[in-house]
Design a protein around this ligand. Structure first.
Ligand code: FNR
Length: 357
């Protein structure tokens, strides 16, 4: 099934309020649309007769050895709203496809169970844990220890969420709490944080780069920073110990007046890619989108909503289909562009629509 067909199947299956929760964005959803539209503005300028066989799409990522493709599962909340198998299904699917799974604070399955599920499908899966910096360091630290003990191989600190995004559809639908029986399981029994509602996920404007630096020092895991748009912040991330930066506008769910994630990528690459891997997410829907992002300097790209649609439509098999489709499409595009390895896609091989070299 194509990603589009999985989306359509998910839409038919889901409670419309839960569909809107995933599909929607902040404000007028300008950034949500811009993320996908940005990929339409770029075209690939293939090279030819480069003897590009055999091909190798694997990508070296922090805490992941070699991933099968330069694609990771971006952290998204509440997988049990999509399918009763929830994060377990996503974890098994990602591990089986050799993709990094970023599970997060807002998961409806505790991180140790998520890692255990991934290990059912592969002996050495890469599961990263996403968290926010809590204004009380002991809460952040408790989450970090939980992720370490569970066997996560990297941490992802999301820094674009000083306050909770204003999701227009959720406000209209009155969707502010998880349905009974679901909880943000990683928030259980943390110092002073009751589980159970959407707004309990810690988000705060108080933390600073210094707090990030302290977190990076208190763990042996690589720590990536997610939600970077400004190149100066990418430099600060590296200076404070980040092992990677993820260019992201949270899938258009935070500030509705920022550029498309793809448009922020080249400047961040220029600022730090010689020192740390630069990843991106937002609007990736096809293999050629992956190729464009890599040509602009990304090491790997994340997918958020497509994984949720696969999960809602067909559970574990649906998530596997999404990841396998993207990998196959990407390999196909790489072949047509004369590439053998991801690094063969270079900036001279993308042009803006209407322009050539
Ligand atoms: C997200 N995203 C997100 N990011 C994060 O750091 N922590 C989180 O808890 C969530 N939760 C979340 C829920 C849902 C329903 C969505 C759609 C997204 C953002 C996510 O990691 C990623 O940045 C975007 O989803 C990427 O854009 P696409 O692939 O959805 O276009």
């Amino acid at each position: 099934m194509t990603l589009r067909a999985l989306h359509d199947a998910a839409r038919r299956t889901l409670d419309p309020v839960h569909y809107d929760y995933v599909a929607g964005g902040a404000g007028e959803e300008r950034v949500l649309s811009a993320n996908e539209a940005a990929f339409d503005r770029y075209l690939l300028l293939p090279r030819t007769l480069r003897g590009n066989e055999p091909r190798d799409t694997t990508a070296r990522l922090p805490g992941a050895g070699r991933a099968a493709a330069p694609v990771f599962v971006a952290p998204t909340a509440f997988h049990r709203l999509m399918h009763p198998d929830g994060e377990d299904a996503t974890a098994r699917a990602a591990a089986a496809e050799g993709a990094v799974l970023v599970t997060g604070t807002a998961a409806t399955t505790a991180v140790d169970a998520v890692v255990a599920a991934a290990r059912e499908a592969a002996p050495d899966p890469a599961v990263w844990f996403q968290l926010y910096l809590h204004p009380r360091p002991e809460v952040t630290e408790a989450l970090v220890r939980r992720a370490e003990q569970a066997g996560c191989t990297a941490l992802v600190v999301t820094v674009d969420s000083a306050v909770f995004g204003r999701h227009t559809r959720d406000l209209r639908n009155g969707f502010t709490d998880l349905p009974p029986g679901h909880a943000a399981e990683n928030m259980r029994d943390l110092p002073g944080a009751p589980p159970g509602t959407l707004t309990d996920i810690p988000m705060s404007a108080a933390p600073t780069w210094r707090d990030f630096g302290e977190l990076a020092r208190t763990t042996t895991l690589p720590v990536l920073v997610k939600g970077i748009l400004h190149p100066a912040d990418a430099r600060l991330a590296v200076e404070h110990g980040a092992s990677g930066v993820i260019v992201s506008n949270h899938g258009g769910r935070q500030c509705d007046a920022v550029p498309a994630a793809l448009d922020c990528l080249p400047a961040v690459v220029d600022a730090v890619a010689d020192r740390t891997p630069v990843l991106m997410d937002g609007g990736v829907r096809r293999g050629s989108d992956i190729a464009v992002a890599l040509a602009l300097g990304a090491t790997a790209v994340g997918v958020g909503r497509p994984v949720m649609w696969g999960l809602a439509a067909e559970g574990e098999a649906g998530v596997r289909a999404v990841l396998a489709t993207l990998r196959d499409e990407y390999d196909h595009t790489l072949a047509l562009c004369g590439g053998r390895r991801n690094a063969d896609l270079t900036r001279d091989m993308v042009v803006r629509r209407g322009e050539t070299r």
